[in-house]
Write a new protein. Structure first.
Length: 180
């Protein structure tokens, strides 16, 4: 990758970009790795201001999320979500991972995402998936890919909650959810 072609390099000051390049750091991944190892602070010219600028524009936060600290919330489609990893919160860059729980006998609203590709992986419970014009049963271990623009919904059987992992790329955004 050429320096300056990746978004964080385009947003930092000329001085900070110059310091990074002088240190041989020309990719986002290299900057992140050196920051996490605390090596940046020891390089000549990397004072508090420079480190603060890097922390502002590079996804350098710790990429680990303890499950117990993730509060659930209800999304536009009606499922209970725990956002396990999202760029807006955790500093990862291109995708999000959430755990969705649909109560026994309940279902999400039919919806689609115009930009986002989703992957659902069922971890517990059983239910039904509507994907475009298809309808099929899903259960533990099943994985479903949902292409952008495809109408979909899930419903849980009456015997128990349906729990699934949902990976979105690009990351989930409420504005990308269209209820149908």
């Amino acid at each position: 990758m050429q320096p300056g072609t990746d978004e964080p390099f385009d947003r930092i000051s000329r001085r900070t970009r110059s310091l990074l390049l002088r240190a041989g750091l020309s990719t986002v991944d290299e900057v992140i790795a050196r920051h996490r190892s605390r090596e940046l602070q020891r390089l000549p010219g990397f004072g508090r201001q420079t480190i603060a600028e890097i922390e502002k524009f590079f996804p350098v936060r710790r990429l680990q999320q303890p499950y117990a600290t993730v509060p659930p919330y209800v999304t536009a489609d009606g499922s209970l979500i725990r956002e396990l990893m999202h760029p807006a919160v955790h500093g990862n860059r291109r995708q999000s991972l959430a755990e969705a729980t649909v109560a026994a006998g309940a279902g999400t609203l039919l919806h689609r995402h115009l930009r986002t590709e989703e992957i659902y992986h069922v971890t517990a419970g059983e239910g039904e998936m509507i994907l475009g014009a298809e309808s099929f049963r899903i259960g533990p271990g099943d994985t479903v890919c949902i292409a952008p623009g495809t109408p979909h919904r899930v419903s849980a059987s009456v015997s128990g909650a349906l729990v699934l992992l949902c990976c979105c790329s690009p990351a989930y955004a409420h504005a990308d959810t269209e209820l149908l």
